[in-house]
Design a protein around this ligand. Structure first.
Ligand code: 5HY
Length: 245
């Protein structure tokens, strides 16, 4: 099977890192194709960034539909464009936050999230509510590092993440940690060893969930709200999306 792992920001080094983490955990007969939009924010750290990045996510799914793709992963912890992306394909589309929440509740009754900047914590809180996991999450914490520090100042950023995870372990009464950024996909072993708790990382969780869905012959339902969008005219810069019935 082929899984397209979409990094919604436009930082190629993060896309490569995410793709490598996905490929390491993928089954022998799974091919990982990692991509990011040509246009959009270099990092996603606000509601505005999320909204702009969603258009790029949808473009990447449209590209995937032009070649055979068995599943899609949206590798940003805000799961930008998730439901809209599901409307564009019969394949499964999995957000890394949703995947991580599901996996975390299979191994613990309570988890905390450690993300990058505190200002994006509300996005994770909204997702917890929307997905029905709010009562499982004790706290959404932040290492207070810009997303691209994960690319530039590796050890310093890693230590800040570990320190926040250790505070969560001491204070939150949890059984697991959820890493709140696609850019942390390569850090799981170091964090797990330093913290001594199960660490759930969304990219790798999403790969295994995608493989399971494809193996079960399950894809996005076309009955109801996730059916393909109705054909219509789009104007201006989106006129290329226009479709007649
Ligand atoms: C992510 N931003 O996973 C989010 C992390 C965040 O560029 N990739 C990003 O803090 O929401």
């Amino acid at each position: 099977m082929k899984i397209r792992v979409i990094n919604p920001n436009t930082t190629a080094s993060m896309t490569d890192k995410i793709g490598e983490a996905a490929a390491r955990i993928a089954a022998a007969d799974t091919r990982i194709v990692a991509s990011n939009p040509r246009s959009g924010p270099v990092s996603i750290e606000s509601h505005f960034d999320e909204a702009i990045s969603a258009v790029g996510v949808l473009e990447e799914v449209r590209a995937g539909e032009r070649e055979h793709t068995d599943a899609y992963i949206i590798a940003c912890f805000g799961d930008p464009g998730l439901l809209a992306a599901r409307e564009l394909t019969r394949a499964p589309v999995i957000g890394i936050a949703e995947a991580a929440f599901h996996m975390a509740t299979l191994i613990s009754t309570r988890f905390s999230i450690v993300t990058t900047l505190g200002r994006t914590g509300i996005i994770a809180e909204h997702l917890l509510q929307n997905y029905g996991f709010a009562h499982h999450c004790r706290r959404v914490r932040a290492a207070e590092i810009p997303v691209l520090d994960l690319e530039d100042s590796g050890d310093q950023a890693l230590q800040r993440i570990i320190d926040e995870c250790l505070r969560a372990k001491r204070e939150d009464g949890i059984g697991a940690i959820v890493l709140g950024c696609g850019g942390m996909a390569d850090l799981t072993p170091q964090i797990r060893d330093a913290v001594g708790l199960p660490v759930v990382e969304g990219v790798t969780a999403a790969v295994k969930l995608a493989e399971s869905l494809v193996s079960l012959g399950l894809g996005t339902s076309k009955f109801g709200d996730l059916d393909f969008p109705r054909s219509k005219t789009f104007t201006g810069q989106f006129d290329y999306l226009s479709q007649a019935d």
